[in-house]
Design a protein around this ligand. Structure first.
Ligand code: FAD
Length: 425
């Protein structure tokens, strides 16, 4: 039994899983779950909504269904973290003291870093963005419908110059749209381009090569080392900024000269009929403003500082992180949360008992890479051996596209996800 005060920031996949696990495991602990939303969103379903396969209603459940008895649900946002004094500031200006803190806020979408772009634009002027919200996912579907109904034109798919949640989603949106263009019977009337800020499209090397080859085979023009920097919705023009390095310039097709304009060679302006916008992402501003943010290394100023294996904060041993907010080379999936939750549980309890932290997260992440409507690859991998595959189903080869993997995405992963929230998986 313990009288410890545990505060969990965020009641999404990670925070809700921890609330359920810790309330079951710890007798007498005072657990507060800070979560302003009444509705829980199953975000992995948004790709299927934006692809016209699922109805949006299917992705929403009341949070009340998941919050365990005995946990104090604080229905307001956290506004600040005073790590030195172990307290959290809430939206109404009050403070919540803690002995142990779990940061599970998820990440922040930084649409404002693209000039002219706001999430409200999604669904109008040929703009889609599966990430924006459930409404945004549904409006993305409508914008793609409108483009297809137009019968021809150019679609530009983008990727972000930062880590993103479900790094496969920008690729999946391209593949499901290609399926829909083919189904329209007029594939040749549509141009499809993919603009990537880096040389790679995906971290896992086999899948990276596979997707590049498949894009080439399916007539998708790839351009690398460009990030979306501005958008002019009225003109349906997007500005991309070259983010080098020059020597690694590996555009699959030659850039057309006429698209260079405005501020010289470092930018390219492209017109579009449809554009899929992927915003830069980071930890939420209030986490960035706290001393818990990474102080150096690749995640500096942008992501929560944790040991990527124990998930304990590197400078504040009473603080742990789970989910999208943490600085780690991969992860940012619900599948990672499933793998991380037992690690955070065991290590937090070890910390409370003054014992060594023995559980280690191996970086497990999974992304059913949808390669078309009705087919997918079950991609599972971790930190080690250059992001080698970590397959959990002996009957599914991660290198194969299959209908079975699609069925898992379409029907089986959502119940598995709710089991994670309930602390069972
Ligand atoms: P979230 O689940 O986002 O929860 C964060 C919570 O914190 C939210 O409830 C929010 O309201 C709350 N919060 C935010 N700010 C505050 C604050 N100031 N105070 C208090 N609470 C706050 N994962 C997969 O495994 N497979 C997939 O195929 C997949 N596809 C995806 C497709 C899309 C389009 C998207 C958007 C995501 C996808 N994911 C997928 C990723 C998955 O949804 C996330 O990785 C997972 O939800 C991360 O859990 P989390 O708890 O870190 O964040």
């Amino acid at each position: 039994s313990t009288q410890a005060r545990i505060v969990i920031l965020g009641g999404g996949a990670g925070g809700m899983a921890m609330a359920n696990r810790l309330s079951r495991r710890l007798d007498g602990a005072r657990i507060s779950l800070v979560e302003p939303r009444e509705v829980h969103h199953y975000q992995p379903g948004w790709t299927l909504v934006a692809s016209g396969v699922w109805n949006p209603d299917k992705t929403m459940r009341p949070n009340a269904r998941f919050v365990p008895n005995g946990v104090d649900w604080v229905r307001q946002p956290a506004a600040g973290i005073d790590a030195a004094n172990r307290r959290v500031e809430l939206g109404d200006g009050s403070w919540l003291d803690y002995d142990y803190l779990i940061v599970a806020t998820g990440l922040q979408l930084n649409y404002q870093l693209i000039d002219g772009m706001t999430p409200e634009l999604v669904g109008s002027h040929g703009i889609g963005s599966v990430y924006a919200s459930i409404e945004g996912a549904a409006r993305t579907r409508d914008a793609i419908d409108a483009w297809i109904a137009q019968g021809s034109g150019k679609g530009i798919f983008t990727a972000a110059p930062t880590p993103v949640k479900c790094a496969g989603a920008p690729l999946k949106m391209t593949f499901t749209t290609l399926s829909r263009l083919e189904a329209s019977g007029r594939r040749d009337a549509f141009q499809v381009e993919f603009m990537a800020p880096g040389a790679a499209l995906f971290t896992q090397p086999y899948i990276n090569d596979f997707v590049k080859q498949r894009f080439d085979d399916q007539g998708v023009t790839r351009r690398h080392h460009y990030r979306l920097s501005a958008i002019d919705p009225q003109a349906r023009e997007a500005e991309f900024t070259f983010v080098g390095p020059e020597s690694e310039f590996t555009s699959h097709h030659e850039l057309r000269e006429e698209e260079f304009s405005r501020e010289g060679e470092r930018k390219v302006v492209a017109s579009y009929d449809f554009i899929h916008v992927v915003p830069p992402m980071s930890a939420p501003d209030f986490v960035k403003a706290s001393d818990l943010i990474a102080q150096d290394g690749p995640f500096r100023g942008e992501w929560l500082e944790v040991d990527i294996h124990t998930l304990q904060h590197k400078r504040y041993p009473e603080v742990f992180g789970i989910g999208d907010v943490i600085g780690a080379p991969i992860n940012k999936t619900a599948a990672s949360v499933k793998a991380q939750a037992p690690v955070v549980e065991a290590n937090l309890i070890a910390q409370m008992q003054g014992q060594a932290l023995s559980r280690r997260h191996n970086g497990y992440t999974s992304c059913p890479m949808i390669t078309g409507i009705g087919k997918a690859m079950l991609v599972e991998f971790g930190y080690d051996n250059d992001f080698a595959f970590l397959p959990s189903f002996p009957f599914i080869d991660p290198k194969d596209e299959s209908w079975v993997a699609w069925v898992m995405k379409d029907r089986m992963l959502q119940p598995a996800y709710y089991a994670v929230l309930e602390g069972q998986a």
